[in-house]
Design a protein around this ligand. Structure first.
Ligand code: ZN
Length: 174
């Protein structure tokens, strides 16, 4: 579980990125936001954008695709847009994104365009993941920005929420 190594992120050049205590507390917040989505009948995904240096939360979001009838209403999309509004800047180089599920191609594209400095995510998404599973958009050297990527952060908690949500849907015949 290198993703949950409590080392300071980026402290030692040459070592692979990992999640520190601040990152884990942010992922815990993202998991709580995922619960809010589930309470509304949405697939439970939550996200937080925070200043990497001091953990100031700049934007939060959870999946609202069904409620908003909006294909872009993904948790991390909302959190990034909120952070840009909060900072008055479209560049988030000094920020980290903690999201409970691996971002999709749309959100990975937004991460690159918003210059998000770091991305930490929980569960892999083998059907839509665009950080590692299907594509590696956020670390593709052909693009003009790369985010530091830490995968598998509190992944089991995230995957458990997703599994129980879909189990509930099937039980209701949904
Ligand atoms: Zn997405």
């Amino acid at each position: 579980m290198s993703g949950t190594n409590p080392a300071t992120p980026g402290a030692t050049p040459g070592t692979s990125p990992s999640a520190g205590p601040l990152d884990l507390s942010m992922m815990a917040r993202a998991l709580a936001l995922a619960d809010q989505a589930a309470d509304l009948g949405e697939v439970p995904v939550g996200a937080v954008v925070y200043r990497t240096s001091d953990g100031t939360i700049l934007g939060e979001g959870f999946n609202r695709r069904e409620i908003d009838k909006d294909p872009a209403a993904h948790a991390e999309f909302a959190a990034i847009m909120a952070a840009c509004r909060a900072t008055g800047d479209w560049r988030l180089n000094d920020c980290s994104l903690a999201v409970t599920l691996e971002p999709c191609p749309m959100c990975a594209g937004l991460i690159v365009n918003a210059r998000v400095g770091r991305v930490l995510y929980g569960a892999d998404d083998p059907k839509a993941g665009a950080c590692r599973s299907l594509f590696a958009i956020t670390t593709d050297t052909r693009l003009n920005h790369r985010a530091e990527l830490v995968s598998g952060v509190m992944a089991e908690e995230s995957a458990t929420k997703l599994r129980s949500f879909f189990r509930g849907l099937r039980a209701r015949g949904g």
